[in-house]
Design a protein around this ligand. Structure first.
Ligand SMILES: CC(=O)N[C@H]1[C@@H](OP(=O)(O)OP(=O)(O)OC[C@H]2O[C@@H](n3ccc(=O)[nH]c3=O)[C@H](O)[C@@H]2O)O[C@H](CO)[C@@H](O)[C@@H]1O
Ligand SMILES: C=C(OP(=O)(O)O)C(=O)O
Length: 421
């Protein structure tokens, strides 16, 4: 058996420009949303080239939905969609398969689907999704691992979420588009991807107001149709490259960003001593001459994104004082720490927080436990003396378009290799 690894020889400066692709966490909700168009094509432009997009296309094909991908543009024709139970293996290979529930409920008022997978970050319940569906009149049962969701009719309701959840907000917003009457969602998440999905759905004919605030109001409509939509840039991919630039950059430019989506990261990088020059849709970053230790605490948007917590960890080895990370969204999201320790990183893991001590990283064989752990190890590899070999690259390919090619183009010594397993 063979497998692919990514190898990186550290110590090279990053210079030149990298361009950010479309947002993974938008794409994975926009694609299921296209199921709601009973006529006309939904054309999604600027999609990231990642395996999560391919898996969702394949799930759509299982529902007799036609998909045509041309570069980064996807055409979806859902006019002949058929509601069949979805195969478990595909559903479990990503988190966002949970959006098939909201989309199929809106279109067919029923669906049969397994529980979603995604990055192992500790417990990732979907109780708030189920609470929302039940409030809309859906009967939810779990039989031998398959979720059965069915309703006579979806009826608008007022739902106050117990937890601020990106997935539950989007899922119930999708389902409520075609519910009878008015739905009010309170205590919702405000991430930019939620606004992007609401924009697509509104352009398809939905009536959604308030996305991006903590209350969303939806008036149900009878029908949604095709439209064209240009996806927002990926703020987590952008943040990953900005952190790589903070570690190893010299006038390193990150293009195609929306700077307001990155304010909490920019503020932390600046506080750490990094030279970040923000322009309309790009940022120029150089490695700091001296650093001040920082405290990073993950929070819901617009706070510091949990998805950037793992990537920023290796940066904090720079300097001569320890920094601290507190993870409030997924307190167990620290599986990158053991691997960074293999690279000579000194970190104390105190359930829910980590102290990162000044360290000189050295190349080692390490394994990505999840997507952003993979990004974290690649950044560590860029900083380290010698060669780092990152295993389990399938996690990285779920969420980063051409990461090896993009880094190589800005000066990194990085390559993929097929090795014996
Ligand atoms: C595909 C996608 O968009 N994934 C993102 C999404 O994941 P995901 O949608 O799974 O994350 P949520 O925002 O739902 O989770 C936030 C918190 O709420 C909890 N929770 C969530 C739902 C629920 O029904 N019950 C519950 O208790 C979770 O365990 C977690 O502690 O938002 C996360 C938080 O920004 C990001 O890390 C992921 O990259
Ligand atoms: C946790 C993530 O993804 P997912 O929710 O798709 O597992 C992520 O993008 O960092």
């Amino acid at each position: 058996m063979t497998k692919e690894v990514i190898k990186v020889r550290g110590g090279k400066k990053l210079t030149g420009e990298v361009s950010i692709s479309g947002a993974k966490n938008s794409a994975v909700a926009l694609i299921p949303s296209s199921i709601l168009a009973s006529s006309g094509k939904v054309v999604l432009e600027g999609l990231p080239e990642i395996s999560d997009v391919k898996t969702l296309m394949s799930l759509l094909n299982d529902l007799n939905i036609e998909t045509k991908l041309n570069g980064t543009t996807l055409e979806v024709d859902s006019s002949n969609a058929e509601n069949v139970p979805l195969p478990n293996q595909k559903v479990q290979s990503l988190r966002a398969s949970y959006y098939m529930m909201g989309a199929l409920l809106a279109r067919f008022k029923r669906c049969v689907i397994g529980l979603p997978g995604g990055c192992p970050l500790g417990p990732r319940p979907i109780d708030q999704h189920i609470k929302g569906f039940e409030a809309l009149g859906v009967k939810v049962t779990n039989e031998h691992g398959a979720m059965y969701l069915e309703a006579e009719n979806l009826k608008g309701a007022t739902i106050f979420f117990d937890v601020v959840s990106v997935g539950a907000t989007i899922n119930i917003m999708i389902a409520a588009c075609m519910a009878e009457g008015r739905t009010i969602l309170e205590n919702v998440a405000k991430e930019p991807e939620i606004v992007d999905v609401a924009t697509l759905l509104n352009n398809m004919g939905a009536d959604i107001r308030g996305a991006g605030t903590d209350t969303i109001k939806i008036r149900g409509v009878k029908e949604l149709t095709g439209t064209r939509h240009n996806i927002i840039p990926d703020r987590i991919e952008a943040g990953t490259y900005m952190i790589a630039g903070a570690a190893m950059g010299e006038e390193f430019t990150v293009r195609n960003i929306i700077p307001t989506h990155l304010e909490s990261l920019t503020a932390k990088l600046t506080e750490f001593g990094v030279d970040v020059d923000i322009h309309d849709d790009y940022a120029v970053i150089s490695r700091p001459k001296s650093v001040t230790p920082i405290n990073v605490k993950t929070q819901v948007y617009p706070g510091f994104a949990t998805d950037l917590q793992q990537p920023i960890t290796p940066l904090l080895f720079l300097g001569d004082q320890p920094s601290k990370i507190t993870e409030t969204i997924y307190p167990a999201r620290f599986r990158h720490i053991d691997e960074l320790t293999r690279m000579n990183g000194k970190i104390e893991n105190n359930s829910g927080s980590a102290i990162i001590y000044p360290s000189t990283l050295r190349g080692a064989d390490v394994a990505a436990s999840d997507l952003r752990a993979g990004a974290s190890l690649l950044i560590a590899g860029l900083m380290a003396e010698g060669v780092t070999t990152v295993h389990n690259v399938n996690h990285i390919d779920r969420g980063y378009t051409d990461i090896v090619e993009k880094l190589k183009a800005v000066g990194a010594d990085i390559w993929r290799e097929t090795i014996e397993d």
